[in-house]
Write a protein that binds this ligand. Sequence first.
Ligand code: SAM
Ligand SMILES: Nc1c(NC[C@H](O)[C@H](O)[C@H](O)CO)[nH]c(=O)[nH]c1=O
Ligand code: TYR
Ligand code: SF4
Length: 475
Amino acid sequence: MNPARDPDATDRDAADLDDDFGFAEPSTDQSFENALAKARDGTRLSVDDATELLATGTDTEGIDPVRKEEVLELADRRRREEVGDEVTFVANLNNNVTTACNTGCLFCNFKDSAHAFEADSDADHAGFTKTPAESRAIVEDALDMGVYEVCSVSGLHPALALNEEHHEILRSYDDPESAVNYKPPERYATDPGTYVDQIEAMSVGGVHVHSMTPEEAYHAARGTDWDYETVYRELAAAGLDSAPGTAAEILVDEVRDVICPGKIRTDDWVDAMEGAMAAGLDTTSTMMYGHVETVAHRAEHLGVIRDLQDRTGGITEFVPLSFIHQNTPLYRHGVVESGPSRDEDELVVAVARLFLDNVDHVQASWVKSGDAHGLKLLNCGADDFMGTILSEEITKRAGGDYGEFRSFGDYVEMITAIGRTPVERSTDYRARRRIDPDDGPHGPRLGPRADGTPMLANRSGEGPAPDGESAGADD
Ligand SMILES: C[S@@+](CC[C@H](N)C(=O)[O-])C[C@H]1O[C@@H](n2cnc3c(N)ncnc32)[C@H](O)[C@@H]1O
Ligand SMILES: Nc1c(NC[C@H](O)[C@H](O)[C@H](O)CO)[nH]c(=O)[nH]c1=O
Ligand SMILES: N[C@@H](Cc1ccc(O)cc1)C(=O)O
Ligand code: SF4
């Protein structure tokens, strides 16, 4: 066990942490000024350049406010040159299938110990497992509200297998629980079905199914010799349209060893993403930052994503995920004192825009940052403001309280308030609809059943939820 993951650690300051983790202090042979000049000229940035920009110079402690503004301004200009003044968002729904997971990531409070879900368990848990039929009903309901996409990411439930053949393989192990993290569905109070069952259930009425992260694809292949392309092809045949690039966290193994020792390593994550794209799926890419990593790790992570995109071209967007700390093991055990500062959020968005010259879209998240700061991030290089989502469990359980829903009316008001043009998009950004702010009331039109009716308007007595209040589907 890594001594850095001392569960009794308390009240350590950042300097101690650096020592404890044994991470090198960021320093490069590049200067901030040179890196900035390269960004200004549009020269492709190196990982060292990105480190300097993220640090506003590794030669000084902390973030220099004047240098930060220089980086943000360049990124905002680059955004305008590359994608213009439109701000996109998607009419979508989150449908997490299960919170049962034994992977033990220390930044995550979404998961519940899978033992608590067993039929004969007395343990209390606040989580859930949905059957395929329940998933279908939730998606059907959301289709009627006009959604284009269902985004589905879940815990690695021990009874989840790709398909029946996978169940047979997993069952055939001696001691499948410890050998391949498997327990048969009959041991649990609720059977989630197979991954294929869940995708088939959600793939209804022409909705776009965005699901199966690299970590889930690993789980869907565990104990077999199937490669990722084979797994994703099977899922695509069941109706999967694209894969979320979460489970990326920080794509540097010395950081993964600390925050998610049970997860796949960086090379495996990259393999899974390549497998998804070889199977013809689009993907998104993410980085969850602001916990134990240094700016050099963030820069290296961006390097991994840019290289992957050079090889594949299938990444539609980059989604920075600001670490929400309040209820997580990392914070409760005193390993970190907080998530990232707003300055860090702004610099991550800006440097992503400048460094990822082959990824068109950078997302700002109202779930992670709230409306006001989310809008600020749209002036630091971001051009997408995520989606309506209707339900949010990951950030909420981690302690975030910016709510679970934004209506088209909210979006139009926010985006026009910063002088930009609101645009409804498809998941892959190929379908785009500019919205005339004066032509309200606003609702989705790209979804297979969308007719412009405001979302939630056809639900009795329910209006859009104000900030901080739940408007999502019940789990
Ligand atoms: C909760 S997992 C669910 C899917 C699957 N189990 C996996 O790990 O890919 C999805 C992603 O949520 C993000 N996440 C989890 N906890 C978070 C937190 N406290 N703050 C910000 N993002 C978080 C992580 O990037 C993680 O990969
Ligand atoms: N940034 C967050 C997202 N982003 C995902 C988008 O809503 C959408 O699924 C994607 O852009 C593909 O079209 N989702 C969350 O649940 N939480 C976030 O913080
Ligand atoms: N990153 C995923 C979706 C996602 C993001 C953050 C989360 O906490 C959960 C899911 C995507 O856009 O493809
Ligand atoms: S991040 Fe995903 S794999 Fe890790 S504990 Fe949470 S749900 Fe499980």
